[in-house]
Write a protein that binds this ligand. Structure first.
Ligand code: SF4
Length: 100
């Protein structure tokens, strides 16, 4: 195979790889991550320590937080406070702000 043919055969593969990477979901936030610990990130809002976070009210979750960037119905999505990671829609942290 000539190098030109090889190049032509490889280019679509590189494109497909880039497409797969672009669509791959971000890794979930590790609750032990220092930022997550500082903000009390809890993957399941029902398990928030209410004594430690009295601001928490049942029903609050990432899915209805103004900072959540996932689509409605998604199990997880991005949050600007955790760049490059995804937060669970049912999670919560102390930076929660009611979605307008
Ligand atoms: Fe979830 Fe909002 Fe906290 Fe981000 S700021 S982790 S979306 S509760």
């Amino acid at each position: 195979m000539t190098s030109r043919r090889r190049f032509i055969a490889i280019v679509p593969l590189l494109g497909a790889t880039a497409l797969v990477r672009a669509q791959a979901p971000a890794a979930p936030v590790d609750p032990k991550d220092p930022q997550a610990v500082a903000l009390g990130y809890t993957p399941d809002a029902a398990k928030v320590d209410k004594a430690k976070y009295p601001k928490y009210a049942p029903g609050q979750s990432c899915g209805n937080c103004a900072l959540y960037q996932g689509k409605a119905g998604d199990a997880a999505g991005p949050c600007p406070l955790y760049a490059g990671k995804s937060v669970a829609a049912k999670a919560w942290c102390s930076a929660w702000v009611k979605k307008a």
